[in-house]
Ligand binder design. Structure first.
Ligand code: PEP
Length: 256
């Protein structure tokens, strides 16, 4: 099955206006492979700035804007929160949902994650659903149980057919920001499990869902990860803050 590649940059609470400008100028200067989509996810205050700079620099097609989070409600008295309508006004097209830092530090449950995914889809945006096991869960051979428990509430909330508009990022928690990457074989085995889990509900839809790997991906290890059958791109934290390194990762992705 042919699937497009997606390279998403999760800047977390890092970056500034200069990095926005440098990244747009740097990415506009490169030849992106056809069927590769790049998504930059800066912090909320920089979304509008990214969009304005992208327009003024005539940023090449295929480089899009994403947010790192969203609220599941439409609007109202939710101090400090951001709605899908606000994101859309800033030209956001992708939304990271359920990142492990949101799950562990801000106690987002899989039920809340499922509500957010539904809200994002209803708004016509594309969610990047993050799932992944902790180090102890991997050691105790609980990886597949944990991933199933993270996926099932989303399937129950939106229905399997809607997964055609969902991107999944498998991010082993022990590999995020640690410099420890899952081996390409281990990542492939887990991606294959995720696809099979979706296929139990609908094989055709499962074959279309882009599955990204995340966890200390960099310019050196990305090529062997991208070469795996079920790895369709990456969600990149640390290495996405360095324009030159991120460009290497983007140009390594081939698409189908
Ligand atoms: C992430 O934040 O989603 C991530 C994968 O971070 P890093 O690449 O730094 O491990």
């Amino acid at each position: 099955m042919k699937r497009r590649s997606i390279i998403a940059a999760n800047w977390k609470m890092n970056g500034n206006l200069s990095l926005i400008n440098e990244m747009i100028i740097g990415l506009n200067d490169m030849q992106l492979n056809e069927n590769v989509t790049v998504v930059i996810c800066p912090s909320f205050p920089y979304l509008a700035a990214f969009s304005q700079k992208a327009t003024s620099e005539n940023l090449q097609k295929g480089i899009l804007l994403g947010s790192q989070n969203v609220n599941e409600q439409q609007s109202g008295a939710f101090t400090g929160e951001i709605s899908t309508d606000m994101l859309k006004e800033c030209d956001v097209q992708y939304v990271i949902v359920g990142h492990s830092e949101r799950r562990s530090i801000y106690k987002e449950t899989s039920t809340l994650v499922a509500q957010k995914i539904k809200k994002v889809l209803d708004a016509g945006l594309t969610p990047i659903l993050c799932i992944g096991e902790s180090e102890s869960e991997r050691e105790n051979e609980q990886t597949n149980v944990v991933l199933s428990a993270q996926l099932q509430p989303v399937i129950d909330s939106i229905g399997i057919e809607k997964f055609v508009d969902v991107v999944i990022a498998y991010e082993p928690v022990w590999a995020i920001g640690t410099g420890k990457t899952a081996s390409p074989e281990m990542a492939q085995e887990t991606h294959h499990f995720i696809r099979e889990f979706l296929a139990q509900n609908n094989a055709k839809i499962a074959s279309k869902v882009p599955l990204l790997y995340g966890g200390s991906m960099n310019a050196t290890n990305c090529e062997t990860l991208f070469a795996q059958t079920d790895i369709d791109g990456g969600l990149i934290g640390g290495a996405s803050l360095k324009v030159d390194e991120f460009k290497i990762i983007c140009s390594t992705a081939k698409g189908y």
